[in-house]
Design a protein around this ligand. Sequence first.
Ligand code: GLU
Length: 501
Amino acid sequence: MADTHNKTTERSPGETIAPRLRFAPSPTGHLHVGGARTALYNWLYARGRGGSFVLRIEDTDLARSTDESIRQIISSLVWLGLDWDEGPGVGGDHGPYRQTERMHIYEETVKALLASGKAYRCYCSPDELEHEREKARAAGQPLVYGGRCRALSPEEEQSLQTEGRDAVIRLRTPDTGSTIVPDLIKGDVEFENVNIGDFIIVRSSGVPTYNFAVAVDDASMGITHVIRGDDHLPNTPRQLMLFEAMGKKPPAYGHLSLILGPDRTPLSKRHGASSIEEFISRGYVREALCNYLALMGWSLDGETTFFSMDEMVEKFSLERVGSTAAAFDNDKLLWMNGHYIREMEENELAKRIELFLQDTELAALHGHAGTPTISALVPLVQEKMKTLADFVDYTDFFFLPLVFEEKALVKLEKDEKAAAVLAAAQNVIESVEPYDAETLDAALRAAAERMEIKLGKFLQPIRIAVSGKTITPGMFETLAMLGREISAARLDAAIKLLSPS
Ligand code: GLU
């Protein structure tokens, strides 16, 4: 068995078929970082080798699959920039690309497997199977199907059918020997066939099982490489058996280690954001997420950290994918996001922010009624932003009525020199000509010197008075952008607040 499988996965020397890879999500929820990394690796492998990337929706779990989830997964993939050559919305020569629309293909394959005796109908009831399992458990034997229906005569089948029994269809598998998965990442992984047993390929409802649908689809779609999470590794010997039964050449497999949370348990919601949608809504940019996910298991040289998509396409290889589980580090991702935001062209960043703010109250206010545009504000905040959401925190006071953060107000009220500083600043703001950042800079510096207060300390009450916050973009640029009138009015209000008459 093992030998046969090894042979079928070998590629003859010099063989140059263009690779065909696929991402095959089950639409039972959002696209999580683990799935996104799988999609990315398949996409990178295909794009770097002139191959094709196929998107296939695996919705045979009828109870848990939803159209909404398909929509969400697709929109996350589009956002990540992982385009597909064949699949939903694109079409292709190997469609349909949704498993529930491929039932006729599974039916045909099953018919052929039944006709050749490679599969058979099993009429055992759930009670009988449970009884068999109990016996096996007691005897310390593997809990696999014992093969009661393996050799039913047509008459026996007929009488079981007359009894009204439902049938599943099982694949006939070897009782002895082992099946080797020649894994591109983990090396050869051996599975004892005795632990596999004749597994079900079609349920009594007529719906194919996961393993069967995947093997049929990978075969009929001409998939050459399957890169997926190692939670699927135990499925792979079963899929190899199916390929053998169908007389088809299996793809090469590579199984990726799980992504762990910082506490080294499998990454999940408990660890914070774990779906791509959540990262989008927190203001992450695709460049950072793709770069970070690429490094969750792959490295070029153990040193290089930043890769553009093009560089990743050029450099990605399975040889450099490690077999140990990678831990997700939110701080590193955030840091990487800040890097990509700082590196971005101002125009591009403004566009991303605009998209991010779409449908929010703030989006409606930008550039209206004399307020600054997003583009005008970008130079003030780009260096400070780590996420697109930071833009809101740094700039909302340009658009919204002033609201004091509590700690800012306390600071202002405790600052003994605040009233005098605000009065001095008020003078500068009312008189400086021209009213721009450079002139404000010189004039406010001079005022601070005259009062013998360090510039940072001098600017703090002004900052709080005009923004309500202790952290803002550069003060001179902020005052210039707010305009003379609003700056003066806010200083005035703060002066009044500090000395109620
Ligand atoms: N549909 C499976 C999942 O979402 C993936 C199957 C595969 O990659 O073979 O886990």
